[in-house]
Design a binder for this molecule. Structure first.
Ligand code: TPP
Length: 512
């Protein structure tokens, strides 16, 4: 067995089933190994951002890592924006990057660059294999790190991928466990008990089914409001779950939302931070005098912590039904579509157990306000603010959950970053419906331009936000995805109904 076969074989043994790849010559041994080692599904992405975003979406939904194969530094670099989103989502991933043959690298061939510098910026673990003997041990370490919820990047020179591996020993110990420290649990319970009104801000696994039901039990005992981060990695939502408030994106609104509380307890996340620094506005969305506590772990330990907090507060064993959202879809809007109406139509129609990828940017504001009463669903958001996550992570989510409808509620400008995802969705026949909010502009940047004092932008500034000229029907069709365009709520209802009952991917341009 050569090094490349050993890498694939070890991944399969560890339960990794999917490899999102965009390989080159230095990964050819890995490509060949995908043929020779059974058990790994290989999925081609026509841009590395598709591969890394898909691996992120897959991990968020499958709860286990996917593998990626990326080509040298330039390939890894192309994937870095979505690796950044994955890092912020605390997603797990096993990346393998081919490096030039060890004896060739000293000649500085064209594609050579500092892969470690790139890998280090997004990976919790990364190593370059320096000798053939080190490949097996590093592969094992990388996979253990990925299984433990981290991004692990193995950089493997091509000659070591070709070389025979003699020691094929692999060990994947049980998942590491780092329980939340008990004094923190006592402190959280104490703050919740003593505060007049507490904001309980939830993230990570606290937004899972179990986490939310524990939060509802706490809420049944203590007067508190539940919030989630503006961009959650994965949020279970809908009827039967407690009512949740989103931390608003705009700093003034977020500060206003946090004002009524004398305490802010963050569980599974950090103190909310503004997206950007604006002169005269603070970086953190907490007020002077507010008691704050942060329990930052995001994994299953946070669910145990919530249970202990509920017990310390003598919360009821089951939540008060009053605390759980009843089924309440928004009314169906009519007439010409706009971003708000598109969100309302989606919330009125999305099927139970849908996976909603939300990268609708300015078009998503109204949507978040009306989703508490939808049938249960899962929401994945743009965790790192690095746009182009939606189409790619929708692809990975659909591979992780082939029996659940995936809807990518998607802004047009952001979609263009990883639009090649549509081709992968078509090739893999994935049940993804992409709703393109086609406002033909970087609308949010227009807002930012205004806020920065440019209230009458000139021709050059306007050229930075105008996106007119993208033909979505031709673009979708050319990548193999059935595409239509609608401009009314009625049209959106008709086409979304059709898309949700047809197998395979669809694109609906919402001409706003
Ligand atoms: C990788 C990356 N590049 C650039 C940006 C800056 N940026 C933030 S939002 C945005 C435009 C979003 O436009 P669109 O997706 O069309 O949504 P809209 O604002 O129109 O709702 C840009 C360029 C970013 N966040 N990430």
């Amino acid at each position: 067995m050569n090094g490349a076969e050993f890498i694939i074989n070890s991944a399969v043994k560890a339960g990794i089933e999917v490899c999102f790849a965009n390989p080159g010559t230095t990964e050819m041994a890995l490509v060949n190994a995908l043929d020779r080692v059974p058990g790994m599904r290989s999925v081609l992405g026509l841009f590395e951002g598709v591969c890394t975003g898909a691996a992120d979406g897959y991990a968020r939904m499958a709860g286990k890592p996917a593998m990626t194969v990326l080509h040298l530094g330039p390939g890894f670099g192309n994937g870095i924006a979505n690796l950044h989103n994955a890092r912020r989502a605390k997603s797990m991933m096993f990346n393998v990057v081919g490096e030039h043959a060890s004896w060739h690298l000293p000649f500085d061939p064209l594609l050579a660059m500092d892969i470690e510098a790139l890998a280090g910026s997004v990976s919790a673990w990364h190593r370059t294999v320096k000798t053939p003997d080190a490949l097996a041990g590093y592969t094992n370490e990388a996979i253990i790190n990925a299984l433990n919820g981290r991004i692990a990047t193995l950089i493997a020179p091509s000659d070591f991928q070709w070389a025979e591996v003699t020691d094929r020993h692999t060990v994947f110990p049980n998942k590491e466990k780092f329980p939340v420290e008990e004094p923190l649990i006592a402190q959280a319970a104490d703050i919740l008990k003593k505060s007049k009104k507490c904001a309980l801000l939830l993230g990570g696994q606290a937004l899972s089914d179990k986490g939310l039901m524990l939060a509802a039990r706490i809420q049944s005992r203590i007067h508190c409001d539940l919030f989630y981060d503006t961009f959650p990695a994965r949020l279970e939502q809908g009827t039967g779950y407690p009512h949740l408030h989103r931390i608003p994106y705009l700093p003034k609104m977020a500060l206003e939302a946090m004002k009524p509380y004398d305490a802010v307890v963050c569980i599974g996340t950090r103190t909310p931070v503004a997206f950007f620094g604006y002169s005269g506005l603070p970086s953190l969305f907490v007020h002077d005098g507010q008691k704050t506590l942060v329990i930052h772990q995001t994994d299953e330990a946070i669910v145990d912590a919530l249970l202990m907090i509920a017990q310390a507060l003598h919360a009821p064993e089951t939540p008060d039904p009053e605390m759980l959202s009843p089924l309440h879809r928004p009314g169906m809007p009519a007439g010409k579509l706009d971003g708000n109406k598109a969100g309302a139509v989606l919330a009125a129609m999305q099927p139970e157990h849908a996976i909603i990828i939300e990268e609708a940017i300015t078009n998503s504001l109204a949507y978040h306000a009306v989703i508490n009463g939808c049938p249960k669903f899962t929401l994945l958001a743009l965790t790192g603010g690095s746009i182009g996550q939606g189409p790619a992570s929708a692809t990975g989510a659909a591979i992780a959950c082939p029996n659940r409808p995936v809807i990518d509620f998607q802004a047009d400008g952001s979609a263009m970053y990883t639009i090649q995802s549509l081709w992968t969705q078509a090739r893999e026949n994935l049940n993804v419906t992409t709703l393109i909010c086609s406002n033909r502009s970087y609308d949010i940047l227009k807002m930012e331009m205004f806020r920065s004092g440019n209230t009458a932008p000139g021709a050059n500034a306007n050229r930075m936000t105008d996106l007119s000229g993208i033909h979505w029907l031709k673009l979708g069709e050319s990548l193999g995805v059935a595409s239509v365009s609608v401009s009314t709520c009625e049209g959106m209802v008709r086409e979304l109904e059709k898309a949700l009952t047809t197998a395979g991917p669809n694109l609906i341009e919402l001409a706003l």
